[in-house]
Ligand binder design. Structure first.
Ligand code: SF4
Length: 192
């Protein structure tokens, strides 16, 4: 759908320069999705080689594959070629499709609208749960109990509800300090 060079605004790697590759298509259907234009698959097609050559024209060597739901595609050719060009490969996924690709970091953001597959949950390096309302804390704990050892745990306020949910998240974290806060800092500093 698009690619751009910016800062990772969320989760464990927030604040790092990254090249984002947003693959078109998503069948998850989150009501609060902020990239609904990604849902259709009618975006212009580009070869893996074109994508990697564009990525390599910038000095950063961290690539974040996102969507849409990137696992609707076979990510193996893209990640192989990115790694061959010296990139670290990170994915942002709902985990709702089988895992393909060679990943240096898997960020799982499970969605109630289409549940993640157990194989993705178990391999996640980071669990990032969007908090839209109070019931999402229980949803977060459900997956925290399923991830592998060492998986980082993040709670992230849904952007439009953040005035209401940030105080709830802070209180929850104080009582459950295994969780860390993820803010969409790219939105605060107004970069893509
Ligand atoms: Fe939007 Fe991501 Fe949900 Fe798909 S999984 S609907 S792209 S927030």
């Amino acid at each position: 759908m698009e690619a751009f060079y910016s800062l990772q605004g969320e989760g464990f790697h927030q604040g790092k320069v990254a090249y984002f590759i947003r693959l078109g298509g998503c069948d998850v259907g989150c009501v609060w999705c902020d990239v609904k234009e990604s849902w259709t698959s009618g975006h212009p097609k580009k070869s893996v080689n074109e994508i990697v050559v564009e990525a390599a024209s910038y000095p950063g060597r961290l690539a974040v594959i996102t969507g849409g739901e990137p696992l609707m595609h076979d990510c193996s050719p893209l990640t192989r070629q990115l790694q061959a060009a010296g990139f670290q490969t990170h994915i942002e996924t709902s985990g709702s499709h089988p895992l393909t690709g060679d990943w240096d970091w898997i960020c799982l953001s499970p969605k109630k609208f289409k549940f993640p597959l157990a194989e993705v949950v178990y391999q996640a390096n980071e669990l990032k749960v969007v908090i839209f309302n109070k019931s999402d804390f229980a949803w977060a704990e459900r997956f925290a109990a399923q991830v592998g050892t060492g998986c980082k745990l993040f709670l992230q306020p849904e952007w439009t509800k953040s005035a209401v949910t940030i105080p709830l998240i802070v209180d929850y974290m104080k009582a459950n300090p295994q969780w860390e806060l993820s803010l969409q800092i790219h939105k605060y500093i107004n970069v893509p």
